[in-house]
Design a protein around this ligand. Sequence first.
Ligand SMILES: O=c1nc[nH]c2c1ncn2[C@H]1C[C@H](O)[C@@H](COP(=O)(O)OP(=O)(O)OP(=O)(O)O)O1
Ligand SMILES: [Mg+2]
Length: 180
Amino acid sequence: MELTFITSNEGKFREAEQIAAKYGISLKWKKMSYLEPQGSSLEEIASLSAEMLSKELKETFFIEDSGLFIEALKGFPGPYSSYVFKTIGNEGILRLMDGVEDRRAYFLAVIAYFDGSEVQTFTGRVDGEISTEMRGSGGFGFDPIFLYNGRTFAEMGEEKNAVSHRRRALEGFFTCLSDR
Ligand SMILES: O=c1nc[nH]c2c1ncn2[C@H]1C[C@H](O)[C@@H](COP(=O)(O)OP(=O)(O)OP(=O)(O)O)O1
Ligand SMILES: [Mg+2]
């Protein structure tokens, strides 16, 4: 089975491709950015984005909206993670967290799948902590500052795919497809 994944983010695509292969699914990368409406939750943003794209494209596809949510910062950067990463980046987040005791954070990924007639969403979450310094060279985005069981996602390499928010969201998606 082949599915089209629409994203401008190569890191997301590479990880999704590796995870899909474990389910015997191949992914076609439609590399493009798309309008992301402002929204209060990733679920809302992902489903609205997929609805808008479905009017434009006459094919089935899925997208993913994801983000880093930091408890001490009341969920920031959350739905604004892409913009925050491109502006202040990991260094900026570490500065905001300088001296903050509560390091709890989680990643969320929401897959929105358009099957030709409707949009369905699948959510994955992984809990961790914000490190006090950047560590590791693997992965992408906020991986160097996201600690999971003592290692950053950037230090975990492929092991990240076994526990990440992306793995958990895709697992729900692929399981639902196989039950159809
Ligand atoms: O596993 C991850 N490890 C580290 N950082 C991550 C991860 N997953 C999302 N992130 C961060 C970076 C990204 O820029 C933002 C998602 O923003 P998001 O709008 O979903 O993605 P994007 O703009 O990079 O690509 P696109 O919208 O074309 O799919 O959150
Ligand atoms: Mg985006």
